[in-house]
Design a protein around this ligand. Structure first.
Ligand SMILES: NC(=O)c1ccc[n+]([C@@H]2O[C@H](COP(=O)([O-])OP(=O)(O)OC[C@H]3O[C@@H](n4cnc5c(N)ncnc54)[C@H](OP(=O)(O)O)[C@@H]3O)[C@@H](O)[C@H]2O)c1
Length: 299
């Protein structure tokens, strides 16, 4: 299929492009700056969420869509929700075969009172309301986060996995490649239209076990150090200070509230039973050690 990928220049989008090519599909990357797409054989199209006509034009000649939206933790959600709605309506008008929405986070059936969660919920519902065939893939947390500077430097320079999870928290970490494969599996399963799947890795891993097992792959001792949630949220607000359009205090307080839910919510947001998901979307999930061994951990 010819698959238009929104969010193609982001980390997740890059993984989706690579996996679509590997699966024999033809991805078309949405990029405001086409120079950012440096994957052999991948063509791009310019479109901007602030320009609804450009979104409609980008769908010309396309069979299916992958949608991964930018963060709503660091910028206003409403313009992005409107963009998703415009894309859904255009997909419906053009009779696209499938839209796969990657919410980038877990979504529960109803709103939960967390701005980031509720914005993703709203996007998914607008896509469903458009009447276009849509499957929603909702990943809990990415292993790839460990490669980001804010986690990686503590691993490599200090020998500690400094992460805002309490030590007994069961976390089903999943890698971006596996999420891409689940999205690809949804492409040619129209009978799943309307379905939404929270997805995680093959097993739940607690922080101390993650540190020990990752350390074994890296050939070094690694200890788990639960990062206080307020400290982590302040650091994240700093990382994104140049891109955020939200008030600093509102942003950090929202981050704190949702990380507390991740850690202590009775519905265990970071735990997923993958058996029913894999029955519908048969992919082979990557184990922690296999994933870690494939990454570039050079300082
Ligand atoms: N669950 C987890 O563990 C986890 C981990 C990491 C990230 N996330 C979430 O995943 C989401 C995406 O993250 P990411 O790292 O894949 O992507 P990202 O780095 O946030 O990139 C955002 C993407 O959106 C595009 N974009 C932004 N504004 C646009 C506009 N006005 N019009 C068209 N395209 C626009 C960017 O394209 P341009 O190149 O044109 O700017 C880029 O492709 C975020 O919500 C993030 O919070 C979740």
């Amino acid at each position: 299929m010819k698959v238009l990928v929104f969010g193609a220049t982001g980390d997740q989008g890059q993984a989706q492009l690579r996996r679509l090519v590997a699966a024999g599909h033809t991805p078309v990357a949405v990029a405001r700056d086409p120079a950012k797409i440096a994957i052999a054989g991948v063509v791009s199209v310019v479109a901007d969420y602030r320009d609804p006509d450009s979104l409609v034009r980008a769908l010309d000649g396309i069979d299916a869509l992958f949608i991964t939206m930018p963060s709503t933790s660091f910028q206003a959600a409403e313009p992005l929700i409107r963009a998703v709605e415009a894309i859904g309506m255009a997909a419906q008008r053009q009779g696209l075969r499938m839209t796969v929405f990657n919410s980038s986070m877990i979504i529960k059936e109803g709103k939960r009172g967390f701005a980031a969660h509720d914005a993703r919920w709203e996007m998914r519902e607008r896509l469903r309301d458009s009447g276009t065939p849509i499957v929603s893939i909702q990943p809990v947390i990415y292993l790839d986060n460990l490669l980001r500077a804010w986690a990686r430097k503590h691993i490599l320079e200090e020998g500690r996995l400094f992460y805002p999870h309490h030590p007994e928290l069961d976390v089903c970490w999943i890698c971006q490649d596996d999420v891409s494969d689940l999205m690809i599996a949804a492409l040619d399963r129209p009978h799943l239209s309307g379905r939404a799947y929270n997805v995680g890795g093959a097993e739940a891993i607690r922080g101390p076990d993650l540190a020990r097992r990752l350390g074994a792959v890296l050939g070094r001792s690694l200890r788990f150090d639960p990062r206080p949630i307020p400290d982590f949220c302040a650091a994240m607000a700093g990382v994104f200070k140049d891109v955020t359009t939200l008030d600093h205090d509102r942003l950090t307080s929202e981050l704190r509230r949702i990380y507390e839910w991740y850690n202590f919510g009775e519905e265990k947001p970071f735990y997923v039973d993958m058996a029913p998901v894999l029955a519908d979307l048969p992919v082979t999930l990557t184990g922690l050690e296999d994933w870690a061994a494939r990454q570039d951990w050079r300082p």
